[in-house]
Design a protein. Structure first.
Length: 278
């Protein structure tokens, strides 16, 4: 279930360097989310995101990745992930996920948010809210768990507790390690599995990204070989943060406050990444 590829363990200094990539990613997403309104094209959101990266001297880790043609993924309605920005015009009532990242001094950030346009369908609003809160419960599990699989268990437990089986948890697309590359070991599942995966250790950095759908979890890839849609046309939501685990606790690299505002109500206080110990 979990790959046994080598995990990259970072020093505290390297994790602190990752904060810069995370901060730029967060600011670029702020701008793209603010620009996501009815009547604009998905390509315009890519332009906004790129502009913020350029202002900070950062580069996109999406652009050119295995030939991907844009700096962000903009996935609208039934598109689950990897939606390519283009001439599609956003409409009132759309639900979309914006997923992007930045490279600063060789270190990567990766984050995603769901946006609801205009007066959203109440079920879409619930879908996004449950996905977002499930992500935070998964992040909180990093502070209290012992294995990477505890993240997925926390995500699934929360989803089932608050919404039963109304929403499906995608299994084909999962979170991942992050650091000197965007996608690294280990895989971070969004559901409970018998194999709990590697032990959680200081120096890990993980991208936690649950994806939930309004229907079945079956997906297919379109002819562009990137865009992933639900087979039944159900709408989807994605939320993602990159998180550092160090000897004193966790720190959300792509949240401006390290995740404090969302984690403290869950009983977790994020701890800034300290200097390396001799």
């Amino acid at each position: 279930m979990f790959g046994r590829r080598r995990i990259e363990y970072k020093t505290n200094a390297q994790l602190r360097a990752m904060r810069h990539a995370g901060a730029v990613t967060s600011q670029a997403l702020d701008a793209a989310v603010a620009a996501a309104v009815p009547g604009v094209t998905t390509a315009s959101l890519d332009d906004v995101f790129r502009g913020v990266l350029e202002e900070h001297g950062a580069t996109s880790n999406f652009l050119g990745y295995f030939g991907y043609p844009a700096a962000v993924c903009v996935s609208v309605n039934e598109v689950v992930v990897h939606g390519i920005p283009g001439e599609q015009v956003l409409q009132e009532g759309d639900i979309l996920s914006i997923d992007g990242g930045a490279i600063v001094d060789g270190w990567h950030g990766d984050s995603a948010r769901t946006v609801l346009l205009g007066r959203p369908d109440p079920v879409d609003a619930e879908l996004s809210a449950v996905t977002r809160s499930a992500m935070w419960h998964g992040i909180a599990a990093l502070a209290t768990g012992t294995h990477v699989g505890d993240v997925g268990a926390a995500v699934e437990d929360h989803v089932r507790k608050v919404s039963g089986h109304r929403f499906g948890i995608l299994e084909d697309y999962v979170g991942h390690g992050i650091g000197s590359k965007m996608h690294m070991a280990p895989d971070v599942l969004n559901y409970r599995a018998a194999d709990r995966g590697p032990r959680l250790r200081p120096g890990m950095a993980l991208a936690i990204e649950p994806m939930l759908v309004r229907g079945g979890i079956g997906t297919r890839v379109l002819e562009d070989e990137w865009t992933v849609v639900t087979t039944d046309g159900g709408r989807s939501s994605q939320w993602e943060h990159s998180v550092a685990l160090h000897a004193d606790g966790i720190w959300v690299l792509t949240a401006q406050d390290g995740g404090a505002s969302e984690l403290e109500p869950l009983g977790v206080t994020p701890v800034p990444i300290p200097e390396d110990r001799p």
